[in-house]
Design a protein around this ligand. Sequence first.
Ligand SMILES: [Zn+2]
Length: 264
Amino acid sequence: MPFIGFNNLKYPEYEVITPHTHLSFTVRSLSVQEEENMKGSMMTPVKVTEHLNKCIYDAIIKKPESIKDFQSFLKQVTLKDRDALLYGLYHITYEEIRNYDIRCSSCKKEYPITIKASDTFNYNSYPAEDILTRTVKVELPVSKNISVFIKQPTLDDEIQALKTLVSIRGSNIDAVTQTLIIDRFEEDVTELKQPNTYTDRYDILEGFKSLPARDRRKINKTYLDTFGNYGIELKMKSYCPSCGFEEIAIIDLVENFFRMVYSV
Ligand SMILES: [Zn+2]
């Protein structure tokens, strides 16, 4: 008979509460087709990010009412929330973290570990409801006339910044990612009543790159203290087979997710 599709096909499901926005989603396992689609998407940073977001969104089978479509999903989910959703997707699709390479920080040899994803899971929920609107003023230690306002970026902030900036010559993806947490710069100029305010992504990137190195450290530290400690973390203890050194490893889920997609 011609194939008409399986009558009884069930995908495993898993509920995720996002640590930043406290929304409840149910995700289902990826299908073989979806895994194959991921492999074709690895050309540019913009494509990878777009595809990752779409892949997670398509695997959601229950979502809060406030999320009407893909665009509102991007605007209401933070990068840390995506980590949690990705964890859910990973856990329900693969279950195990296989052959993850750890470099021993004592003898520098590499060794692979395999572990159940759920054994590594740590969750720290953001304690308020203002994550999408909160900005925090950072007084810079060196450039005292400049204030930086930081925020927690959403998926929409990320994709907009990547689309505007990555194609511009000389702007590397790493610097773009680092500036996602900056909402705006304000510079007090003696002759002016109002500060000069910069909100354009390109201006923010250029402003960021021109700062003295010590100012960047203060921006990053303030971000970590305010937003950065909330979210999920995949942490595990491992022992080096060569020298016995005990290591607490933190697993990079996005990187590992793509590794898994390729290793089937
Ligand atoms: Zn070692």
